[in-house]
Design a protein around this ligand. Structure first.
Ligand SMILES: N[C@@H](CCC(=O)N[C@@H](CS)C(=O)NCC(=O)O)C(=O)O
Length: 214
């Protein structure tokens, strides 16, 4: 791995030391970035990482993704600039075909889109309310985890029987729940089995290492 430093002070990691066609503006602690890191790893795409300091957000990231400089952002050497983890992931899935992370059946595909669209309502919103100290976990997060657990007891992945972008959309918060919120998600049997299935994937293993290093 090559580690460099650009003139404006941000780090560049290149997985294989070759010229990268894609750059991910990234932050290790950011679960939205984790979604795109996982897809890039699943598809073994070569890319560079520019780590953005979320505590001292540089002006150039605000210019790249106005109005508030959120990460992730994917940049291509062909001029492509894409913000939004779910948009980035759909683009990567269509541009790099293997392994496919969307079902071929149109209805199943719609279900994956729905699960990703509803992430905030189903889990993300309650996760952040507890994380920011706005309410206790018992209020909405624990019921949300119980509902998620019931779904995963009914089918092995977030949508049906295959691993898709929907699993990748949820797993970063599940991996961060214990450290951020103090809930051991393995107490939920359905979530535990799902985690065990996902942990066998090197792309998820790499994200587990990121979480452990935070
Ligand atoms: N909807 C965006 C959300 C990205 C996001 O909120 N990223 C956080 C870091 S985890 C961020 O940059 N927040 C802006 C801020 O903290 O000012 C996505 O899916 O990519």
């Amino acid at each position: 791995m090559r580690v460099g430093r650009l003139g404006n002070g941000h780090h560049v990691d290149s997985e294989r030391g070759e010229t990268a066609l894609l750059t991910l503006y990234d932050a290790p602690r950011c679960p939205f970035c984790a979604r795109s890191r996982i897809v890039l790893a699943e598809k073994q795409i070569e890319y560079e990482t520019v780590v953005v300091d979320l505590d001292a957000r540089p002006d150039w990231i605000v210019e790249l993704n106005p109005p508030d400089g959120r990460v992730p952002v994917l940049e291509g050497s062909d001029g492509l600039i894409l913000p939004e983890s779910s948009v980035i992931n759909r683009y990567l899935d269509e541009r790099f075909l293997q392994p496919p992370l969307m079902p071929s059946d149109p209805f199943q595909r719609a279900c994956v889109e729905l699960a990703i669209d509803r992430f905030n309502d189903r889990l993300g919103g309650s996760h952040y309310r507890v994380y920011f100290g706005d309410e206790p976990a018992s209020e909405r997060l624990e019921p949300a985890l119980r509902a998620f657990d019931r779904e995963l007891e009914a089918h092995p992945y977030v949508v049906g029987s295959d691993y898709t972008l929907a699993d990748i959309a949820y797993i970063p918060w599940i991996l961060r729940t214990r450290a951020r919120i103090g809930i051991d998600v393995r107490e939920y049997a359905g979530i535990r089995s799902w985690l065990e299935r996902l942990e066998r994937r090197p792309a998820i293993g790499a994200e587990i290492d990121v979480v452990a290093s935070l």
